[in-house]
Design a protein around this ligand. Structure first.
Ligand code: FAD
Length: 428
């Protein structure tokens, strides 16, 4: 039996496939067993092999089958929570460390792409736009704060007049253009990481869902057909963790998000939407985000759902969001529309930590996972090899449990999200 196919997306249609990996059969041993083959697991595998650990990676479906192979491709700078919020929560000194790690996360992605020569359409620039007048003032103040308090001058406030030359959309009041941010083809990046980790000697098993594990001096990790005995284990399952770890389940919440790819628009039309071929996102709570593909399609992400099943008309859901930004695309055909599941936290900061001395986890990137999950692999490898200071900076951010715990968090989340979505629709 072979692993599940990638979701039917423009990414899967345009990425070169790599070989299938076998299913785990029988009992094997490793220094580290990683559960989950997305950015967290793949980056961990590379950085652990760099340090000489023997690594087994178990993936329930197929490498990059989860959010890592389906996302918007935006590699934003900093953390998901803004610096003001972080200063309030953890103090200025720790907020500064988190900011620096957020910048290192972008350079980690760039470094991995360059080191392994991964052809993943890596490009520069992100334009974040204000959907409401009040958001424009906030963006201006934030760009000034980053320059003043963090010596960060790569993010520039963009007035409305200049913005109108950068995009045909007239919906936005101002913007912030960050030249250090990147964007890429996420599935090509993930498969490039997998190939690199495999070439470095990591052992990969697909179609190998972990059903349980037992802790101890050595961890025993079980699948339906085999088991791994390891000195260390990493949980890298993010939005697909389910009940594999009860203590962690109430800290993160799986939600679904959706993307469409239009038919190719041609360079002129595509550049009228996004002149500089950067990534773009708006300032609504249920965020819209978009970029161009190498073959000049618009890749537009938006809409959320909170149940295990995806809506039946994903195209219709995201098309509505896209036409709100670019009404001129009303006659454009949509070639692909797909969804993925990611994990969010109450604080919108990722949840890093240890369940015991030798069981580690990193997840809950809250939509900011390309960079931070890539960094997580580096920090997890550091922590396992005994240098945990930087891992602990991330782990020190408090992650409240969702009200209602594992059973009742869903209705609470749906109510809260519905409330914020309503606020998105009102006011100017
Ligand atoms: C539609 C969408 C758009 C997004 N856009 C962006 C964006 O533009 N920028 C950004 O930074 N982030 C974005 N994200 C978030 C980002 O994709 C994630 O944060 C990131 O991919 C998380 O990587 P991961 O490795 O932790 O998880 P995943 O990539 O989800 O990988 C987890 C893996 O664990 C496997 N697994 C789960 N349980 C088991 C088990 N029991 N045994 C074995 N394997 C198991 C799953 O099959 C899965 O492959 C988006 C997410 C979605 C869904």
């Amino acid at each position: 039996m072979s692993a599940a196919a990638h979701v039917n997306s423009w990414y899967a249609a345009s990425a070169p496939q790599i070989e299938d990996f076998p299913r785990l059969e029988g009992e094997i041993e490793a220094d580290v067993c990683i559960i989950g083959g997305g950015f967290t697991g793949l980056s961990s595998a590379i950085h652990l092999r760099d340090k000489g650990y023997s690594v087994v990676l178990l993936e329930a479906e197929r490498v990059a089958w989860g959010a890592s192979g389906r996302n918007g491709g935006h590699c934003s700078t900093g953390q998901r929570a803004d610096q003001e919020t972080l200063e309030e929560r953890v103090g200025r000194e720790q907020a500064r460390r988190l900011w620096d790690l957020g910048l290192e996360a972008v350079s980690t992605v760039v470094g991995l792409v360059e080191r392994f020569n991964i052809d993943c359409e890596l490009k520069s620039g992100d334009l974040h736009v204000a959907s409401k007048r009040s958001h424009a003032d906030e963006l201006k103040a934030y760009a000034e704060k980053l320059a003043r308090d963090y010596d960060y001058t790569d993010a520039r406030y963009i007035e409305r007049e200049e913005l109108e030359q950068m995009t045909s959309s007239r919906r936005f009041h101002a913007g912030m253009f960050d030249t250090r941010a990147r964007h890429l083809h996420p599935l090509k990046y993930a498969l490039g990481l997998a190939r690199a980790a495999h070439d470095l000697g990591a052992r990969f098993y697909e179609d190998s869902r972990v059903t349980s594990y037992s802790e101890g001096d050595r961890v025993t990790v079980k699948t339906a057909h085999g088991s791994v005995r390891a000195r260390f284990m990493i949980l890298a399952c993010n939005g697909y963790l389910d009940h594999l770890s009860r203590p962690l389940a109430g800290k993160i919440m799986p939600i679904n998000n959706f993307v469409l790819a239009t038919e190719p628009l041609g360079e002129d039309k595509a550049r009228s939407l996004i002149r500089d071929d950067c990534s773009m996102s708006d300032s609504l709570f249920v965020i819209n985000y978009w970029k161009l593909s190498q073959d000049w399609r618009l890749l537009f992400g938006g809409g959320e759902s909170y149940t295990r099943r995806f809506p039946s008309d994903i195209e219709g859901l995201v098309r509505k969001c896209m036409l709100g930004v670019y009404p001129e695309l009303k006659d454009v055909k949509v070639d692909y529309a797909w969804g993925g599941t990611l994990a969010i936290t109450m604080s919108r900061m990722p949840h890093f930590g240890r369940l015991s001395g030798n069981v580690f986890y990193a997840h809950g990137y809250s939509g900011h996972g390309i960079t931070i999950a890539s960094l997580a692999g580096k920090l997890l490898a550091e922590a396992i090899s005994g240098t945990a200071e930087r891992f602990d900076v991330m782990a020190s951010v408090p992650t409240p449990t969702f009200p209602g715990g594992t059973l009742l968090r869903w209705p609470g989340l749906v109510l809260a999200m519905g409330w914020h979505a309503m606020l998105d629709r009102i006011g100017s």
